[in-house]
Design a binder for this molecule. Structure first.
Ligand code: ADP
Length: 269
């Protein structure tokens, strides 16, 4: 459904070139929840931003539902982007608008009727559990509630894909789990594919079916959670999982001990 093919991106700053992405390839199936993990500066945000061409790659292709995004005109791209929701670490809500009006924004931009907006926003607020907050302003909400508003807004145009950029990094562990549970529910109930980036293994373990590890702009490994965790060879991957292995579900721990796997996974099918 989403094919990221050999994407590279170099930024130029103060006469210096910096390769943020280097020949990254990744396939994401419809309905999957894929986590991209890596240290700060690894290139995760750049990768996620290239998926809806907020960053245009220098080379490579982004193919979503058979369409090559790198070849679309600005007008075509704007239409395709409506079907991709995005949520961010700091929620990006408009403080001068109520919860209702924040969620309504994409529908207003799309010239929906007042009735359509009312019905849709109420439906979305129900999905994220904020029916009683419609008239509140963001300043009176907790971090978790703000992220719920941002998720409702991201769902306004019935997206097929949700991109989450460190969506739980500003939240405490309990709120993080409740937001991840909401994302899981949305994935299961609405069939929306989710691509999320994080530097926390805990987030990956809670929701992701597949994982890609990125470091210094390169894709180090990709596979199922158990495949990635059982990779004992790569020091970068080990740094992520070392402190977490003991907290893995017992069943997975038992399997890993029975079926040790060595080496990296093939980077490109
Ligand atoms: P991550 O999300 O993994 O923390 P980013 O994708 O944000 O990493 O950044 C990767 C690298 O690219 C960093 O060194 C960052 O400074 C650089 N970078 C990202 N965006 C820009 C930009 N617009 N201009 C210059 N450098 C950038």
């Amino acid at each position: 459904m989403i094919e990221i093919r050999n994407i590279s991106k170099t930024f130029h700053q103060k006469k210096q070139a910096f390769k943020a992405l280097d020949q990254v390839s990744l396939n994401i199936d419809k309905g999957d929840i894929v986590g991209i993990i890596g240290f700060s500066g690894a290139g995760k945000s750049t990768l996620i931003r290239t998926v809806n061409l907020l960053e245009r790659p220098d080379e490579g292709q982004i193919i979503i539902n058979g369409k090559d995004f790198t070849q679309l005109s600005s007008k075509q791209l704007a239409e395709e982007r409506k079907k991709i929701g995005m949520i961010f670490q700091h929620f990006n809500l408009l403080s001068s608008r109520t919860v209702f009006d924040n969620v309504a924004l994409p529908l207003e931009l799309d010239h929906s009727s007042k009735d359509q907006i009312k019905n849709k926003v109420n439906e979305l607020l129900k999905i994220v559990g904020l029916e009683d907050k419609a008239n509140d302003y963001p300043r009176s909400l907790s971090g978790g509630q703000k992220q719920r508003v941002a998720i409702a807004r991201a769902l306004a145009n019935d997206p097929h894909l949700l991109l989450c950029d460190e969506a739980t990094s500003a939240l405490d562990p309990v709120t993080t789990q409740s937001i991840l549970q909401l994302l899981k529910d949305i994935n299961q109930r609405l069939g929306i594919t989710i691509l999320l980036i994080t530097h926390e293994m805990e987030v990956i373990k809670s929701v992701c079916n597949h994982v890609a590890v990125i470091d210094k702009g390169k894709l180090l490994a990709k596979g199922t959670l158990s495949e990635i965790i059982s990779n004992r060879e790569n020091p970068v991957i080990q740094q992520f999982i070392n402190s977490d292995v003991m907290t893995l579900p017992q069943e997975l721990n038992n399997r890993l001990q029975k079926e040790p796997q060595d080496g990296l996974f093939p980077l490109v099918e």
